[in-house]
Design a protein around this ligand. Structure first.
Ligand code: ADP
Ligand code: MG
Length: 357
C-alpha cells in the first residue's frame, strides 16, 4: 500500500498544450481519490503521467515515497484500467486477468490461483474460458478491473471505468467498485467527469479545470462550500443559484441584498456595499407561504420539476429566477406567492471579479 505525492507537476504535449499545468496533490495510503472535471481538463493526462505513460515536463511524482518521475511504467507498481478497458480480444478472460503476471514470469500454477481468486472477488466465476467478445459491457469492465487487481500494484488508477455502461448498470457497478475498494484497501485514483459519481464514491475529490486544481476536499466540502463559482457550477445535481448581490449595511445585521429582497449571510470582512456573487444551493433554501423573521425574498412560483421524491421549484423574485428544492408532497402550484430564506451559513459570498470565496 502506498500514497501518491505530486509536486509542481506539468505535462506539456509536443503541440504545446499544457494539459497538466502546475499541480500539487497528495493521495493518502488506502484513499479512494476522485479526479473530477469537464472533458479536456487534463484528467487522463494526469493519470497517464502518474502511470508513466506520459512524461512529466516539470515537477515530481512519488509513489510510496520513491521518486518515480523518470521511472518506466512497468516498474512504478501502478495498475491502470483504461476507459475502453483495452482487453486482449484473442485471449480468454483467464489469460487477460493473468497477463501482467505472465509478463513478470510468474509461475503458471500461481497465475491459475490468482485468476481463480480475483474472478471470484469480481463475480466472474464461470466466465474464465470466454473471450471478451462473448461478455456484456459490465462483465468486460470487471475483467479489466480484475486484471488490474491481479497485477498487485501499489496503486490503482481508473480512467472513467464506468462511463461505457448504461445508466442502470453504472449504478450497480458503482456500488460494487466502492465495496471492492474498501475491502482491498488499495490506494485508488478514479477519474470521472460525472460529479454525482465522484460525490458517491470518493473519500476526497480534486476538481480540475484547464490542467489546474480548483478545489480539493471531501464530497461534503465541495458540495456545501464550493471554493469558487466554477466548482459551484460543476458540483450538484441541481444547479447552484448564483445571483448578483451587494453586502448590506452593518446596521441591517449580516445580510446581503439580492433580487427583490435579501438573505442572511456571514459577511465577515466584506465591506458594506461590496458587490458580490451570492451562491445558495436549491437544497438549502426554504420556501414558506407566510412571513419570515429576518432577511428573505418574496416571489411567485413559475414551474416545478419532479425530481422523484423532491421537486425543483422555480421562483420569480422580481424578475430573478431562483431554484428551490422542496419535498414532493409540499410542491406549490404555479402562481403561488411564496417567501424564501436560507440559514446564514448556507449563503456563500463570492468575489464578483475572481469568483473566489
Ligand atoms: P480529460 O481526460 O480531462 O478529458 P485529457 O487529459 O484527455 O483531458 O486532455 C487534456 C488536454 O490535452 C486537451 O486539451 C486535449 O485536447 C489535449 N491532449 C490530450 N492528449 C493529447 C495528445 N496526445 N497530444 C496533444 N494534445 C493532447
Ligand atoms: Mg479523459
Amino acid at each position: 500500500m502506498a500514497g501518491i505525492d505530486i509536486e509542481g507537476l506539468a505535462t506539456v504535449y509536443p503541440n504545446g498544450v499544457r494539459a497538466v499545468d502546475g499541480l500539487d496533490l497528495h493521495v493518502a495510503d488506502g484513499e479512494f481519490f476522485a479526479l473530477l472535471g469537464p472533458s479536456g481538463c487534463g484528467k487522463t493526462t494526469l493519470l497517464r503521467t502518474i502511470a508513466g505513460l506520459e512524461n512529466a515536463s516539470e515537477g515530481t511524482v512519488r509513489i510510496d515515497v520513491a521518486d518515480v518521475t523518470r521511472m518506466e511504467p512497468g516498474k512504478r507498481g501502478v495498475a491502470m484500467v483504461f476507459q475502453d478497458y483495452a482487453l486482449f480480444p484473442h485471449m480468454t478472460v483467464s489469460e487477460n486477468i493473468t497477463y501482467p503476471l505472465k509478463v513478470r514470469r510468474v509461475a503458471a500454477a500461481t497465475r491459475t490461483a490468482t485468476a481463480g481468486r480475483t474472478s471470484s472477488e469480481l463475480s466472474l466465476q464461470g466466465l474464465l474460458e470466454r473471450r471478451p467478445g462473448q461478455l456484456s459491457g459490465g462483465q468486460q469492465q470487471r475483467v479489466a478491473l480484475a486484471r488490474a487487481i491481479a497485477s498487485e500494484g501499489k496503486v490503482l488508477l481508473l480512467d472513467e471505468p464506468l462511463s461505457n455502461l448504461d445508466a442502470r448498470l453504472r449504478l450497480e457497478a458503482r456500488t460494487f467498485l466502492k465495496k471492492l475498494q474498501r475491502d482491498l484497501g488499495i490506494t485508488t485514483v478514479f477519474v470521472t467527469h460525472d460529479q454525482a459519481e465522484a460525490l458517491a464514491l470518493a473519500d476526497r475529490i480534486a476538481v480540475m479545470q484547464n490542467g489546474r486544481l480548483r478545489q480539493l476536499g471531501s464530497p461534503r466540502e465541495v458540495f456545501a462550500r464550493p471554493a469558487n463559482t466554477f466548482v459551484a457550477n460543476f458540483i450538484g445535481s441541481t444547479p447552484m443559484n448564483l445571483l448578483d448581490g451587494a453586502v448590506a449595511a452593518v446596521s441591517d445585521g449580516g445580510s446581503v441584498s439580492v433580487a427583490n429582497g435579501s438573505l442572511p449571510a456571514a459577511t465577515g470582512s466584506v465591506p458594506a456595499g461590496a458587490e458580490v456573487t451570492v451562491g445558495v444551493r436549491p437544497e438549502y433554501l426554504t420556501l414558506s407561504d407566510g412571513d419570515v423573521n429576518g432577511p428573505s425574498l418574496r416571489g411567485e412560483v413559475v414551474v416545478a420539476e419532479n425530481l422523484g421524491t423532491s421537486s425543483l421549484v422555480s421562483v420569480d423574485c422580481g424578475g430573478t429566477l431562483i431554484g428551490v428544492t422542496v419535498p414532493e408532497e409540499s410542491e406549490p402550484a404555479p402562481g403561488t406567492s411564496v417567501v424564501l430564506t436560507a440559514p446564514e451559513q448556507r449563503v456563500l459570498l463570492y468575489d464578483r471579479e475572481s469568483g473566489e470565496l
